[in-house]
Structure formats: structure tokens, C-alpha cells
Write a protein that binds this ligand. Sequence first.
Ligand code: ATP
Ligand code: MG
Length: 429
Amino acid sequence: MAKVIQSIRGMHDILPDQSPVWNYLESTIRDLFIQYGYRELRTPVLESTSLFSRSIGEVTDIVEKEMYSFDDRNGDNLSLRPECTASCVRAGIQHGLLYNQQQRIWYIGPMFRHERPQKGRYRQFYQAGIETFGIPGPDIDAEVIAVSARLWKRLGLKNVELQINSLGSNEARNNYREVLINYLKSHEDQLGEEEKRRMLSNPLRVLDSKNPAIADIIKAAPQLLDYLDEESAAHFERLQQLLNEMAIPFVINTRLVRGLDYYCRTVFEWVTTELGSQGTICAGGRYDGLVEQLGGKATPGFGFAMGLERILLLLEEQAISTPKQSPQLYVVMQGEAAETAGFKLTERLRDELPDLRIVNNTSGGSFKSQMKRADKSGAEFAIILGDNELAEGNVSVKPLRSNEAQSQIALLELKDHLNKIIRTGKNHG
Ligand code: ATP
Ligand code: MG
């Protein structure tokens, strides 16, 4: 037998049994974003590699070691997108969506990073996110954070903590950078090779290090918040005020610097302790310099990205039930005449009750085997069409999930009867 080909390590199929919860999460996210007036932007999964090296920064985990990059047949160096902010900015500049206007954008889709696969960390994973452009104030920071807060509420997730911090202006960050380098230098003997290298090229990233050996050094490091410029301090203050007024609890985490280079002022993460070291389910912040860095006219930006797999893991961890998508009706048909009548009937029902999920039996089979399939389909009821009943204008409706008796219903009354016994609507059943 030929060797069976497997999916790529760290890249997973979402199987039919798993897709209902994915669909539920994605549609909840979509509805929420649209509720706040955000509009979807879909960008290609492949971009020029330079888009990411210019935006995310050369000295980052992503660009240094996580990207799927290759030369295509023309010799152009391309990368599978590791995140979507850069693509949104690229598209925004390219199509003139950014300059001198306000944009509220959202996206959803697969991202690719060559990381060590583990629970909550994959090589193809899904992000949904928001990017806003042209809005410099803390009002939009608060709004975007409120969108994420409302998602947890809508999903019923508990125990996710909002952590916020401010990175200040570029100037304040540069001042702090010097202070931090000096501090880290004084502890150089305790740093690992990677941290020593980063200390000079991108010292804030050292604060982001997950190396437990230097946890104490990081803890005692000088704090960026103490070096904030006045405007950034006021911005941060107003954000906190708005969050308080909207009753969104938060903590200030002075070590929160985010992995990516382009952030300034507000950064935030939603963190849970229930997913091990993959505890960040949503992360974002302000990136006022990014549009200009990618060749557009200076435009402020603020956004977030959340990891859908981690949200799903948390839903599972917290045993939160989500809607099923199994059919409500399975139609059992015995004989050719019944099959003909059944196909006509179910098309009519789909006209009349578009939210009803109906599966027709196919390939015939004995009554017993059809009922087995009906049960396996997860349907609530079997509709049974037999030649004798049809001759009298009736069908049988048999409850599959309770011990209630089967009933005979006149074909003409079937629609009303179904309306009574079945909760319709796309998120029920
Ligand atoms: P981490 O510190 O966990 O590596 P990150 O800082 O690299 O995260 P971001 O680039 O900010 O992550 O991406 C935003 C969100 O996307 C993360 O908070 C997480 O929920 C999700 N995410 C990032 N990388 C992965 C991955 N490899 N697999 C699954 N989800 C991911
Ligand atoms: Mg990462």
C-alpha cells in the first residue's frame, strides 16, 4: 500500500465534529465586531517577506526564526503571514484607506509561525483581530479593549485578566532604553547568550523573555512607566479612567512590552492562568509609527489580535457549552414512491423554514438501518415516510432524544407542527 501522507506538523485539520464550535466562535466574533461598526478586510496569506521584516522588526522571534519564507518561481521572496497587522497596513496604504480618515477594520484567518508545537501553540493557527487607523486618542484604546472584554462576556469566559501598560513615546522609550541597557549590563554575567545579544539590539525584548533564570533580574529592572513623557502619561491616565467608567477591571503590568517592535503608548493583553505558558488569549496596542514605517503618511493605529485555538481551549477548560449544529430532522423514506415524496417535501420545508436543518436518508436501506443513521446524525426527530401513510396524506414524527411517543401528522399540518416542536434559529438545536 502507498504511504499515507499526513498533515504538516503543527498544522491541524478542523474535523466536522469540531467545526460547530469554531463556527460558533467565529460568528460570535463577527457579530460583535459588526455591532461596534467595524468592517472586514481580507488580505492574501502570502506577502513579500520585506513587509514583515520592515514592520515587525528584524530582531524579533517572528522574523528571526518563525517565518515560513521561500523564493517563488520568479525568485521573489515571499512569506506566509505570521500576523495580520502588517498586511492591514499594507492594504490600507495601497488602497488609500488610511490618510486623513478614520477606519475601524477587522479580520479573521490563519497565520503561520514555525514554532515548537504544543498545547495552544501551533504552526498554522487562527487569529481574529481589529485594527483602527487615524484615531490618536485614548478613546479608541478604550473602545477596542471594550470590544474584547465584551467577547469574553458573550462567550461566558471567566478568569481572564486585562493587563495594560504604556510604552510612552518613541523618545521616552529611547531614554528608557539607555537606562535599561545599563541595568542589564550590570547583570550581564547572569544573562543567556540570546539575552546578551538582545540587550544591545532590542533590550525591551529582554523584559519579554520567558527564561525563568532571569525572572528576578527582570522583576527588579527599572520601569518604563517611570520614564513616560507627559502626553503619554495623560493618555494612559484617560484610558484607565474610561476603563473604570465602563466597569472593565484591569491591572497595570509594568513588564508588559509585547513581542513586536512597532508598539508605542498603550499595550495590553488578556491573560489566563488556565492554559499553562500559552496564557495570552488576546494582545494588542498602539502602533502610531507603523504606517509611516511602511511608506504611508503618518497615521495612528491601534488594534489587537486574539488566538482562536486558545479561546477554544479555554471554553473547553471551563466546560462552557456551545451550540451544536446537528440536524433537527432526519427523513426516513421506504421505497421509491416515499423517496420521491420525501425529496419534494423536504425541499418545500426548506423554502418554508429556512432555519431548519434537515438531512434526507440516502442510498435506501432497511427501516432499521435508516433509523440507526437517523440516531447517529444527532437529529432530534425522524420524519418517517411510508407508502401507506403517504396514501393517506400523513407522515410519522418520531422523537429521537426522548421517550415521547411517535405521532402521525397530516402533511398539510407538518410545517405548523414542526414550528411548535423545534426551536429554530441558527444557534440552537
Ligand atoms: P506568545 O508570547 O504566546 O508567543 P505572541 O506575543 O507571539 O504570543 P502575538 O504575536 O501577540 O503573540 O499574537 C496574538 C495572539 O495570537 C496571542 O496572544 C495568541 O493568542 C495567538 N498566538 C500567537 N502565536 C500563536 C501560535 N503559534 N499558536 C496559537 N496561537 C498563537
Ligand atoms: Mg510568539
